[in-house]
Design a protein around this ligand. Structure first.
Ligand SMILES: [Mg+2]
Length: 209
């Protein structure tokens, strides 16, 4: 085996982001499911800006409920209840990307050490992996709010390597974001495999490993 360990992104690599986001949104604002598209656009723009260093993920987690609640004309007092309800529901969302569990089973059986590598809250991401039935495949989870840096910051990858005691050449990163997963890992000297959700099948993509 060329690598000893594999770092794997969570959203839109293992768990399907849009249905998870929609479920959490509908739990947080059940009276207005039609506002989901607006919510998705606002949060999507802010997360995209974070990828390019304009905000930290921690800042985005505060900004998008604020912007969304203002956009639908609700009072500012509605921000915190919406934010907390969304987060609580988010921690229960766990729609799997097709082939994700089978890929983890296969990589685990081949003897790879597996680590989740994601930009978010650690406790919520672990809860989602657990409910999807895939947490046991992971030796550890490296989540930005716990690590102290967001992907693609090179320090996210350096701190993750330090925690598992591996060299960059011993690790492969798999993820659906060219910016945070592929270029971020490569900047830290880690090889990366891009998962293109529009055309790749996870099992086929990783079959050669
Ligand atoms: Mg992703």
């Amino acid at each position: 085996m060329k690598y000893k360990a594999i770092f794997i992104d969570i959203d839109d690599t293992l768990l399907d982001y849009i249905p998870c986001c929609r479920a959490a949104f509908e739990a947080a604002l059940p009276e207005h499911p039609e506002h989901f598209q607006l919510f998705f656009e606002i949060s999507g723009r802010l997360f995209s800006e974070a990828k390019h260093g304009q905000h930290t993920i921690a800042e985005v987690m505060e900004l998008y409920p604020k912007e969304f609640i203002a956009a639908i004309g609700y009072p500012e007092s509605a921000v915190d209840p919406f934010k907390h309800a969304f987060r609580a529901a988010w921690g229960t969302t766990h729609t799997l990307v097709p082939g994700a569990k089978e890929m983890l089973e296969s990589l685990h059986a081949k003897g790879y050490r597996l680590f989740a590598a994601s930009n978010s809250f650690g406790h919520l991401q672990r809860s989602r992996l657990e409910q999807a039935g895939i947490l046991p495949y992971f030796e550890d989870t490296y989540i930005s709010m716990d690590i102290g840096y967001d992907k693609p910051d090179i320090r996210f990858y350096q701190e993750s390597l330090r925690r598992c005691g591996l060299q960059p050449s011993e690790v492969l990163m798999i993820g659906d974001s060219m910016t945070t997963d592929v270029l971020g890992a490569q900047a830290a000297g880690i090889d990366a495999l891009f998962f293109d959700r529009k055309k790749d099948n996870l099992l086929a993509l990783t079959a050669h490993l």
